[in-house]
Design a protein around this ligand. Structure first.
Ligand code: 5GP
Length: 175
């Protein structure tokens, strides 16, 4: 079984979560199966080494970007930093507001997390409308980072989230 099939076999479709009518893509089975998790990190590592060899930081989005991001950063021998929901990070922070489908949210980063000109890649588990990654890109632009791209395990193609983003998206699975 090839690596993408192995990953796909460990994504569970959960009907009517978190609300009626939504089919949630649950990535927990990937984390439970070491071979599937290794396939995710291997494929991301190969992509970054080929396309973005000068990446200096991996930026993980709360919460599931935290599951894959540090593993990838360790493989690459580079650092990992966090974009969180407002109020979770200590110290001077910078935040940006954005609108989700049903609610408003604020994304936040520590002011000293990234230096101007540093080359970064963002990572999350899934791209839907692109609102979350877009907000994170806005934050990193405010900090004058050089954003090279976004990495996601799953891209929901019908929602065209990639079109909203200022940088290319690399996805392992397109659903
Ligand atoms: P967007 O902002 O692109 O509309 O939504 C993406 C964000 O919502 C990501 O942070 C992602 O973790 C979460 N998300 C939305 N739908 C799903 C889903 O079906 N499965 C998973 N695992 N995450 C989702």
């Amino acid at each position: 079984v090839n690596r993408l099939d192995l990953i796909l076999q460990h994504v569970r479709n959960v009907p009517d979560f978190p609300v009626q009518g939504i089919v949630f893509k649950d990535i927990c089975p990937i984390l439970k199966e070491p071979k599937a998790l290794a396939a995710v990190i291997d494929l991301f590592e190969e992509h970054v080494r080929q396309k973005h060899p000068h990446t200096e930081l991996i930026v993980g989005l709360e919460a599931r970007g935290f599951l894959f991001g540090p593993l990838l950063a360790q493989r690459l021998g580079i650092g990992f930093i966090l974009v969180r929901k407002k109020g979770k990070l200590p110290g001077p922070t910078v935040s940006v507001g954005y609108t989700l489908e049903y609610a408003k949210a604020e994304a936040e980063i520590q002011a000293d997390a990234v230096q101007p000109g540093q080359k970064v890649l963002l990572i999350d588990d899934l791209l839907a409308t692109g609102g979350t990654l877009h907000a994170a890109c806005e934050l990193l632009k405010m900090q004058k980072a050089e954003i090279l791209g976004c990495l996601v395990v799953i891209e929901l193609k019908d929602l065209s989230g990639a079109e909203k983003l200022p940088v290319p998206v690399f996805s392992l699975l397109q659903c």
